[in-house]
Design a protein around this ligand. Structure first.
Ligand code: 13P
Length: 256
């Protein structure tokens, strides 16, 4: 089945509101109305930038979506410092990243927490970009597929096939994030195929064939081509290269 690629920019903790407006306007200025025929595009800026980014993209009539980088699993209540799904939905977000390795490593995010967030998102009609990926130690041990597929199973536990169809899995080997060291196309393909096989076990082949599996980790204009030709790589979750309009646009254009 032909899957439409998804290019997702993860700005991480970069760009004040003023800077976000400049960057979204730069992207918007280069926007071509043919893009959405070939590729879906979403930008995931910090929470405070969501509304301004959405306003720029809507004002310029671009079909570029915005999503959050994280969300809390409860709809409202005494959870100081957290942001709920209804809050990002009201801004117009279509999705949220969940379980990024930086959140798992630095903020104690667990598989159970990730699962709660996935359920909260799909229940509200948004989709999750579920991040999974192994450390260098796990890769050297030779247990990458088991480790990553266990993360996939945990993230989608109790989610039904109908809810899962819109969701996305992003394979981000931790050793490739922000390091300039990309997984080889063969390494990326092998793990993305294993992820799809796990999704197929959970949700059936038809649903799994329709779900998008992204690669993330030092994706840039120089390596996007060889990654995107892999049959199980359906796009990218891009950090550094999404922070400059020129490189992000080149990644989009690689999907046309
Ligand atoms: P880089 O593209 O900067 O390696 O970041 C990848 C990433 O973590 C995206 O979520």
């Amino acid at each position: 089945m032909a899957r439409k690629p998804l290019m997702a920019g993860n700005w991480k903790m970069n760009n004040t509101i003023g800077e976000a407006v400049v960057l979204t306007q730069e992207i918007s200025n280069q926007y071509e109305k043919e893009w959405p025929e070939s590729v879906d595009i979403v930008i995931c800026p910090p929470f405070v930038d969501l509304k301004p980014a959405k306003t720029v993209f809507d004002f310029d009539k671009t079909k570029i979506a915005v999503g959050a980088q994280n969300v809390y699993g409860e709809p409202a209540g005494a959870f100081t410092g957290e942001i709920s799904v209804p809050m990002i939905k009201e801004i117009g977000c279509t999705c949220s990243i969940v379980g990024h390795s930086e959140r798992r490593e630095l903020f104690g995010e667990t598989n159970e927490g990730v699962n709660k967030k996935v359920k909260a998102l799909v229940a509200a009609g948004l989709y999750a970009i579920v991040c999974v990926g192994e450390s260098l130690a796990v890769r050297e041990e030779g247990t990458t597929d088991e480790y990553v597929c266990a993360q996939v199973r945990a993230a989608f536990a109790g989610v039904d096939a109908r809810e899962a169809t819109t969701c996305v899995v992003a394979y981000e080997p931790i050793w490739a994030i922000g390091t300039g060291r990309t997984a080889t196309p063969e390494q990326a393909e092998a793990v993305c195929a294993a992820i799809r096989a796990t999704l197929s076990e959970m949700f059936g082949e038809e649903v799994a064939e329709g779900m998008r599996v992204l690669y993330g980790g030092s994706m840039n204009p120089g390596n996007v081509g060889e990654l995107m030709v892999q049959p199980n790589v359906d796009g990218g979750l891009i950090g550094g290269a999404s922070l400059k309009a020129a490189s992000f646009v080149q990644l989009i254009e690689a999907c046309l």
